[in-house]
Write a protein that binds this ligand. Structure first.
Ligand SMILES: Cc1ncc(C[n+]2csc(CCOP(=O)(O)OP(=O)(O)O)c2C)c(N)n1
Ligand code: SF4
Ligand SMILES: [Mg+2]
Length: 313
């Protein structure tokens, strides 16, 4: 990873690298952000999401040391491998708890989490609900392909009824979850929907989610061309479908109105469904930390430890 440096002062023989002031740094290019060549199948929707993530970083002048890219397990969750930046490819379904720790301990970072429908709503379903209700600051993009791609075609929580897979050879009989309704009811404070076939819209949603102070959730339809080809054709005008944006008079602070548009039959609406301000866990914890630190102001670390031990006596 290359980072522009100014004069390197020499201190006791060690070179100390000092980054240029932000105003003098050039936006990171795709070349500087690309790591391994993505191993997705040709035509997979996930390529588009990755390209737009690079674009977002470039456009918003985010620096390597100020972003982190976190994922669970799945095709979509391979994301951090392909980004030349700090990040973690974590355990299946556990990206959000990992990201929560990063977000709470490093308020200076933009925490981006990418993953699939299985990762988010099956094995990670509980974590999704709790991260949303705690309103932990991060941007979470679920690349929803309505199937388990990596493990080669099992029914996912978003697969529609009737979908034939290796786990439902006669067709899925279970009602799929609706990610938008789930996010709103869990307490997410920013909820948006987009599709990989509309790059400008994906970028717009990512920017808005990133700017939101809280848990920003985006459902991004991302076609699995290998195991669910054509799943989203009805939302793609190039395939004869309809890309309908959220009605212009929709009030994004109205929870019931958000549910209502989330209840529309596929292809539904694309855009921001819900966007409200509520104190983040980050802010609430920071307040407690600040008041605790005030009480031990001026003390050395060992004196703070001693005080704690004394309290336990
Ligand atoms: C604890 C655990 N259980 C199961 C698996 C197997 N597994 C890996 S990815 C995956 C599903 C991935 O589906 P999704 O999250 O929708 O991602 P996609 O591959 O479709 O992008 C499963 C079941 C695993 N790796 N770890
Ligand atoms: S299996 Fe599907 S989701 Fe996975 S890389 Fe291939 S097209 Fe993409
Ligand atoms: Mg999937």
């Amino acid at each position: 990873m290359s980072s522009p440096l100014v004069e390197a002062p020499v201190r006791s023989g060690n070179i100390v690298a000092v980054p240029l002031p932000d105003s003098e740094r050039k936006p990171l290019s795709k070349k500087e952000l690309s790591a391994d060549q993505p191993t997705w199948c040709p035509g997979c929707g996930d390529f588009s999401v990755l390209a737009l993530y690079f674009k977002l970083i470039e456009k918003r002048k985010l620096w390597h040391e100020k972003i982190t890219t976190i994922a669970g397990i799945g095709c979509s969750s391979r994301f951090p491998y392909f980004v030349q930046a700090h990040g973690a490819h974590y355990i299946h379904g556990r990206a959000l708890p990992f990201a929560s720790g990063v977000s709470l301990s490093r308020p200076d970072l933009h925490v981006f989490v990418f993953g699939g429908d299985g990762d988010a709503f099956s094995i990670g379903g509980n974590h999704f609900n709790h991260t949303a209700r705690k309103n932990i600051k991060m941007t979470y993009v679920v690349m929803d392909n309505w199937v388990y791609g990596l493990t080669k075609k099992q029914t996912s929580p978003t697969s529609p009824t009737g979908f034939k897979s290796k786990t439902d050879v006669w067709g899925s009989m279970d009602q799929p979850i609706n990610p938008m309704k789930q996010a709103i009811s869990a307490g997410a404070t920013f909820v948006a929907r987009t599709t990989h076939t509309n790059p400008n819209h994906v970028l717009q949603m990512m920017e808005a989610a990133m700017d939101h102070d809280g848990f920003g959730f985006i459902e991004c339809l991302s076609e699995c061309v290998e195991f669910y080809e054509g799943a989203f054709d009805a939302s793609n005008p190039r395939k004869g479908g309809a890309f309908n944006t959220v009605p212009a008079d929709h009030d994004v602070t109205d929870e019931m109105a958000a549910y209502k548009i989330a209840d529309s039959a596929f292809p539904g609406y694309f855009g921001i469904y819900y966007n409200v301000d509520r104190p983040t866990k980050n802010a609430n914890e920071a307040k407690i930390n600040a008041s605790s630190q005030e009480k031990v102001k001026g003390l050395k670390d060992w004196q703070i430890l001693q005080k704690n031990f004394d309290r336990l006596k």
